[in-house]
Design a protein around this ligand. Structure first.
Ligand SMILES: Cc1cc2nc3c(=O)[nH]c(=O)nc-3n(C[C@H](O)[C@H](O)[C@H](O)COP(=O)(O)O)c2cc1C
Length: 303
């Protein structure tokens, strides 16, 4: 059996298959379907300093090979996470990581500082790329000055592995990735959802209450893969690739393009056990092709 372990910052992941924030709850919701210890890690739901109601309904719409969402970071806030959720998830036998969002630089930093205190959370993923909140969110992730300001503030108070999640809704994602690296991020994850919309022609109104929303699922995979490929050539810190992954072959594509690890998002809604199947598929691929370790594959694309 090949060695599936990979390193990201100070994290030593047992394998490179992670689940994406907002699509896997707090992990425990999936424990009846699969053995959570089989995957490399879990990014829990987006967490903010203060509770957020999220956007009005309707906030989801199906699209060909994907979906639009405008959930808007609904969550009960970081204090609730610490008191009510953390005790339930802290002993799950995989790497538990928190996705942190905010509306202001101060909010991001205050939320990260609180999570820094939690022993069993070895990393955060800073979401500077959510397209579904009016204030903040993606605004920080679509220009280098905004990204720099928020990462700098968080880096000062957060002393563990810091992953910055990038928005694809930019002209050149490599510029934002370089900024994240320069400000001390240990890794970047990409991509968050792509801005899209849908129209109900009978009502002649937008389908989503917010008019626009974030597109995800298999339809975004080629865009995500291209961005991982470009970013791999631009930075030295590890990349966590995601966007449209639905099987182990997709995962291998991302790793060949330069991803050290991958995340599975929307496809968890189609098959709640997909992440374990991807671990098994990667393992078989490595054995069949004579690789000792998954690390030999990273960035192995021959162009
Ligand atoms: C319903 C839903 C909720 C999401 N919530 C978050 C979130 O809270 N924080 C975040 O960084 N990304 C969030 N995302 C984005 C996903 O983590 C992921 O980046 C994106 O969906 C692309 O991957 P996929 O095509 O595999 O789903 C959400 C996506 C969906 C579909």
């Amino acid at each position: 059996m090949a060695d599936l372990s990979v390193n990201i910052g100070e994290l030593k992941l047992k394998n490179p298959v992670l689940t994406a924030s907002g699509t896997f709850g707090y992990g425990i919701e999936y424990a009846d379907f699969m053995d959570l210890s089989r995957i490399g890690g879990i990014f829990v739901k987006g967490t903010t300093l203060h509770p957020r109601e999220g956007n009005d309904y309707p906030r989801m719409a199906e699209t060909p090979s994907g979906m639009l969402n405008a959930v808007g970071l609904q969550n009960k806030g970081v204090n609730y996470f610490i008191s009510a959720i953390y005790p339930k998830i802290k002993d799950i036998d995989t790497c538990m990581m928190v996705n942190v969002s905010g509306s202001t630089v101060e909010d991001y930093a205050a939320c990260a500082e609180k999570i820094n205190e939690l022993d069993k959370i070895p990393a955060i993923e800073l979401n500077i790329s959510c397209p579904n909140v009016k204030q903040g969110g993606m605004a920080f992730g679509t220009n280098c000055a905004g990204a720099s300001e928020v990462i700098k503030a968080v880096r000062k108070v957060y002393h563990k592995t810091l992953i910055v999640k990038l928005s694809p809704n930019v002209t050149d994602i490599t510029e934002i990735a370089k900024t994240a690296e320069a400000e001390g991020a240990d890794a970047v994850s990409l991509i968050n959802t792509l801005m899209g919309m849908a129209i109900d022609i009978e009502r002649r109104k937008p389908v989503l209450s917010t008019v626009t929303g974030g597109l995800s699922g298999p339809c975004v995979k080629p865009v995500a893969l291209r961005m991982v490929y470009q970013t791999y050539k631009a930075i030295k810190i590890p990349i966590i690739g995601l966007g449209g992954i639905s099987n182990w072959k997709d995962a291998i594509e991302f790793i060949l393009a330069g991803a050290t690890a991958i995340q599975i998002g929307t496809y968890n809604f189609v098959d709640p056990t997909v992440s374990v199947k991807v671990v098994e598929g990667i393992n078989e691929y490595l054995d069949k092709n004579g690789f000792q370790s998954v690390r030999e594959l990273i960035g192995g694309l021959e162009v």
